[in-house]
Design a protein around this ligand. Structure first.
Ligand code: NAI
Length: 299
């Protein structure tokens, strides 16, 4: 089969001055996309800012014969989201792909969590993806075309010590992805998410000896496929790292039903059946889950 290209497609990649975002930007540009390299250029915990990171990636893309423009706005406010999308429209006149990748870390055990750790993390990851995507939404609807890739994390989907703020933001991104998939379906807008693991400045110390097996370049093909015209799915989440790729999904057990007189003792006595994973369902959306409930009720 032919190689996959992005000729003429305009891609916004947030947090693309380094790490995973930089890798995505270089690859999409190499394959013909016109890229907005957005990065605030701050530290891992979100302090400070500089134009250097985004500009270097733009220079790298242009040096290799590609097309790119830098954007230094923060994703974390509605104005920032609009400014990033405006850069794409002013420069390339379209927005086809939004890769929400910008992120910061402010870890700490829950007993030590406070508003200073919580709010900036929610602002950058969760609200940032919301604001940038929303600013691009009207254009995508007018074009009847859009591809959105959100960057979630196993920390939120499965849980990880010290990351209540980050985990909540990253699990929120799964919810955002799923609702965007439902709302975007009629306009050929597809939204999917990844839960990556890779060696970057954010994770280098945490990953220890494994780090060298986890090059960011192993994440980019998954993101690129989810951002491609031909991607067949929407509302899905893919775990990836070091060359391994797997689907993460939310399932519902067959459950147990008593429509006559449900008591707390019934729940205790049938808890194993309620939890039994055999024959679970993977609903594509709320309606499918509701239909399963109604069916169990004999409807
Ligand atoms: P990174 O620190 O190299 O990249 C994050 C980039 O986002 C930085 O260049 C930073 O300047 C930029 N950024 C931060 N706040 C911003 C803002 N308000 N506006 C615009 N840009 C901003 O780290 P990495 O690992 O490349 O992270 C990329 C994404 O992948 C993040 O969302 C992270 O949470 C996620 N992720 C990474 C994992 C890993 O193993 N590296 C694991 C799970 C998720």
């Amino acid at each position: 089969m032919a190689d996959l290209g992005y000729d003429g497609k305009v891609a916004i990649i947030t947090g693309a001055g380094g790490g995973l975002g930089r890798s995505h930007a270089l690859e999409l540009a190499k394959r013909g996309a016109l890229v907005v390299v957005n990065d605030l250029g701050g530290s891992v915990d979100g302090e400070g800012g500089s134009h250097t990171a985004a500009q270097q990636v733009v220079d790298e893309i242009k040096g290799a014969g590609g097309e790119a423009v830098a954007s230094y706005d923060s994703v974390a406010t509605p104005e920032g989201g609009k400014a990033i999308v405006q850069t794409a429209l002013d420069t390339f006149e379209r927005v086809d792909i939004v890769i929400n990748n910008a992120g910061i870390l402010r870890d700490g055990a829950f007993k030590n969590m406070d508003a200073e750790k919580l709010e900036p993390v929610l602002d950058v990851h969760l609200k940032g993806a919301f604001y940038v995507t929303q600013a691009a939404w009207a254009t995508m609807r007018e074009q009847s075309y859009g591809r959105i890739v959100n960057t979630s994390s196993a920390a939120g989907i499965f849980g990880n010590f010290g990351q209540t703020n980050y985990g909540a933001a990253k699990a929120g991104l799964v919810g955002l992805t799923r609702v965007l998939a439902v709302e975007g379906a009629k306009d050929n807008i597809k939204a999917n998410a990844i839960a990556p693991v890779a060696k970057t400045r954010m994770t280098e110390e945490l990953l220890g000896a494994m780090a060298d097996k986890l090059d960011p370049a192993f994440i980019t093909p998954v993101v690129a496929w989810l951002a491609h015209e031909d991607v067949p799915v929407s509302g899905e989440v893919y775990s990836c790292g070091g060359g391994h790729v797997a689907r993460v999904f939310t399932g519902v057990t067959q459950g147990w039903t008593d429509t006559e007189s449900l008591t707390v003792e019934d729940i205790r006595d049938h808890f194993d059946e309620i939890r039994d994973e055999d024959g679970y369902l993977v609903p594509a959306n709320l309606t499918e889950e509701l239909m399963a409930t109604l069916k169990a009720l004999g409807g």
